[in-house]
Write a protein of this length. Structure first.
Length: 429
């Protein structure tokens, strides 16, 4: 049974602190293992990657790089309804992300100076896609579509083989639909290291995106700086804010939609109605028994789930902003009126007909979102995640002369006399 907390200024705060603990520092043993894997791949390249693949995945795949005809064959053999669903989702994702495109600009001043910024897509991006039971073709779309729109020249996908040594056909179907350039059969920290350093066969990339287990997340964290990453992701989470107009059956279903991801996932309901709290708790018990991943859901709900009853909607919103959740559903009368008050959140789902899975698969906004409270300063994956910006400056002689005294003054205040000298020498002839 999910716990019920009557907010009193202390009980709810204590619970939220408990939830935060699940996002603690990476286990030292995991870091040591991952560091060793990274160093081995750095030194021994594909040989090390293949050895780890055989060790962790059971056997070497039929091929290291998946041939293009195998990728296209997967799409040809895929269920027609699945292909159409991916195509429809990709259309929505493309339409939304096209609006994020940032333009270069040039600013020509009256005095002859020219300033500007160039915006270009990254040359090469690595996309990590989990395999096995945690295979997410939707993540292929959510990561690759904005990269393509940004102008990324090449997308390299890595994904672990199944126990039979073969790639997941659903993942290959998504890769074919979105136009991934190359696919390699390897996973885990070794695949992340291969993308970061490059091997004889796997190209070195500029950025690595995509979800993974604790070893993948730790590898991305340790290699950040050598390569860019999307974000350091923690367990999935959903927070629902509801008033007495919400439907308890919907609330329970939506809480479980995230709880089924992981035993560490967090599913929390904040409501101003004790009736809604009690009826949602009953619905959870009723619906949970019917779901295939009920053991995972039960563990998540028991350890990191709660229903918090607040005296006011203002307090509910205050707690939501404090938690800074990955997914936030607003199931209240007139949900749009609260949008401007939500300052810390990955993605907001408003109204009873905007469940979280709508965002995961279809609506268009990205489902790669900041977790573990990082929505306070991180943003969802976007087209801007795949671009680099550079600036340019052109000054005439007269313009530099006009600015000379100010530049020299600041440089000398900082004790950087060579900076000042580089400007003054141009006018000492």
């Amino acid at each position: 049974m999910i716990r019920k907390i009557i907010a009193d200024g202390t009980a709810e705060v204590q619970f939220l602190k408990e939830v935060e603990k699940r996002n603690g520092e990476t286990d030292k043993k995991v870091s040591e293992i991952v560091s060793e894997i990274i160093e081995n791949v750095k030194e021994n390249g594909d040989k090390a990657v293949k050895e780890y693949t055989e060790k962790f995945d059971g056997k070497l795949p039929e091929y290291y790089e998946v041939p293009l005809d195998v990728i296209h064959e997967a799409m040809s053999n895929a269920d027609e309804a699945f292909v159409n669903a991916l195509l429809n989702a990709m259309e929505n994702i493309t339409e939304f992300h096209n609006r994020q495109k940032e333009q270069s600009f040039i600013d020509a001043k009256e005095n002859g100076c020219i300033l500007g910024q160039r915006v270009r897509g990254l040359d090469r991006v690595g996309l990590y896609v989990p395999g096995g039971t945690a295979a997410y073709p939707s993540s292929v779309l959510m990561n690759a579509v904005p990269a393509k729109i940004a102008g990324v020249k090449e997308i390299i996908m890595v994904t672990p083989p199944g126990k039979d040594g073969k790639p997941n056909p659903d993942i290959l179907t998504a890769a074919a639909i979105v136009g991934v350039d190359r696919v390699f059969m390897c996973g885990g920290a070794q695949a992340i290291a291969a993308l970061a350093y490059g091997t004889e066969e796997i190209p070195k990339v500029d950025k690595i995106v995509g979800p993974g287990n604790i070893f993948v997340a730790t590898a991305k964290k340790l290699l950040y700086g050598k390569v860019d990453i999307d974000m350091i992701a923690g367990p999935s989470e959903i927070l629902i804010v509801a008033d007495d107009t919400a439907d308890p059956a919907y609330l329970a279903a939506d809480l479980m939609s995230q709880a089924e991801h992981d035993k560490l996932a967090s599913a929390i309901l904040i409501t101003t109605s004790e009736r809604i709290a009690d009826e949602t708790s009953a619905e959870l018990e009723k619906q949970m028994a019917e779901l295939s991943r009920n053991e995972i859901i039960r563990s998540s709900i028991d350890n990191y789930g709660a229903i918090i009853v607040t005296k006011s909607m203002d307090r509910a919103i205050e707690l939501a902003n404090s938690l800074a959740p990955e997914h936030l559903e607003i199931q209240v009368n007139d949900p749009m009126s609260y949008l401007g008050q939500l300052s810390n959140v990955g993605s907001v789902f408003m109204g009873q007909y905007s469940p979280e899975p709508l965002g995961d698969y279809f609506a268009g906004p990205n489902h790669v979102l900041p977790t573990s409270g990082t929505a306070r300063f991180f943003s969802p994956l976007s087209v801007n995640s795949f671009v680099k910006r550079s600036q340019f400056i052109y000054y005439t002689e007269q313009a530099l002369l006009d600015a000379k005294n100010d530049i020299v003054c600041i440089a000398e205040k900082e004790g950087l006399t060579a900076h000042a000298h580089a400007v003054k020498i141009r006018f000492e002839k």
